[in-house]
Design a protein around this ligand. Structure first.
Ligand code: UDP
Ligand code: MG
Length: 327
């Protein structure tokens, strides 16, 4: 991108007509408060309630300030945010939900933290206004994400977050289809921090996540973090085979002690053999899983590393590194 701005705010929108006007007004004001050049990118994720028309009208009314990206159908929140990243030109990028559960007025605080040199600024919702089920689910997910990324964040679910240009560019270069942006960002972040933000009840409309979509999202999150479940197969196999072998030896010993009648004419021995072979099958599946895991890593084509700066390179030998972007 040629022109660069200070700040991009990316908002995915799915049937949020009730809050769009207020969202645009409050977000633009918050951006202005940061005192830097900015753009508000509204990504319509296949709305059917007229949100897209409203976004187009807003882009017309605030030329240069509001950018509308209309997807042709619903692709999911994280895909929509990625589409927004793709057109964003800010040196800092903030994501925000369209439902106003997180107030846009927090944007200047996020920006201030980013200015302090953090690559990713996460947020913790206090008090959290969601059902007990949602809270429990996200607690488990957060713990898993903390373990897998090695970054100690407490609220991966909250999408009001700030990212540096470098991290956004790194995410854009990942080719996987199922993404969970806060986790993906942390795999490329060096300095991260968290701030507390307010969380309100949804002022209008309903949550776009049914139970089924939530389950789907958790699987996206799991597979985006780790291929460890594939390895579980081998672990189960080794345990089963081990149990089969142990049972076999035990039976052999007991049979010698108590005679052939005791072992129900070999039925127990059959069990031991069965355990052993079922276990061996699991081990084989686990081995295949290891290959599938590696294929998966490769097709995701995530950048292996990201160069922050190269110094001492003769001028003219290489013009620029990918990461320079807007700096
Ligand atoms: N969203 C989207 N596409 C979807 C689902 C949600 O763009 O398929 C948007 C939605 O409009 C909102 C944000 O993602 O701006 C978060 O959705 P929601 O508030 O329903 O999620 P919750 O707060 O219940 O987690
Ligand atoms: Mg919400």
């Amino acid at each position: 991108m040629d022109t660069c701005l200070g700040l991009s705010v990316v908002v995915p929108v799915l049937n949020e007509i009730a809050s769009l006007d207020e969202l645009i007004r409050r977000s633009l004001r918050a951006c202005k408060d940061t005192g830097r050049s900015h753009e508000l990118i509204l990504v319509d994720d296949g709305s059917t309630d007229g949100s897209s028309e409203k976004i187009l009208a807003a882009a017309e009314a605030h030329r240069g300030g509001v950018v509308g990206v209309i997807l042709n159908r619903n692709y999911g929140q994280h895909a929509a945010v990625m589409a927004g990243f793709d057109v964003s030109r800010g040196r800092l990028v903030v994501t925000l939900d369209a439902d106003l559960q997180n107030p846009p007025e927090e944007i200047p605080r996020l920006v201030a933290k980013m200015d302090a040199g953090f690559d990713v600024v996460g947020t913790v919702r206090v008090p959290r206004r969601d059902t007990l089920f949602r809270r429990l689910a996200s607690r488990t997910v957060n713990a898993a994400a903390r373990r897998s990324t090695g970054v100690d964040m407490h609220d991966y679910g909250c999408m009001l977050r700030g990212y540096s240009r470098a991290v956004v560019d790194a995410m854009l270069r990942c080719r996987e289809r199922s993404t969970f942006i806060p986790v993906l960002a942390n795999t490329f972040a060096k300095r991260t921090t968290e701030i507390e933000v307010r969380h309100n009840n949804r002022p209008g409309g309903d949550s776009k996540y049914s139970l089924w979509r939530l389950v789907n999202l958790q699987f996206d999150l799991l597979t985006s973090m780790t291929t460890a479940p594939l390895r579980f197969l081998s672990a189960i196999g080794v345990c089963l085979s081990g149990a089969g072998l142990a049972l076999g030896f035990l039976l052999m010993g007991l049979r010698l002690l108590h005679g052939p009648e005791w072992a129900v004419q070999g039925v127990f021995t059959l069990f031991a053999a069965l355990f052993f072979f079922v276990g061996a099958q699991f081990v084989a599946m686990g081995l295949m899983g290891e290959y599938i895991g590696r294929i998966y890593e490769d097709v995701r084509a995530r950048p292996r590393y990201f160069v922050e700066r190269i110094v001492g390179l003769e001028p003219g030998l290489r013009e620029s590194s990918d990461l320079q972007g807007c700096t």
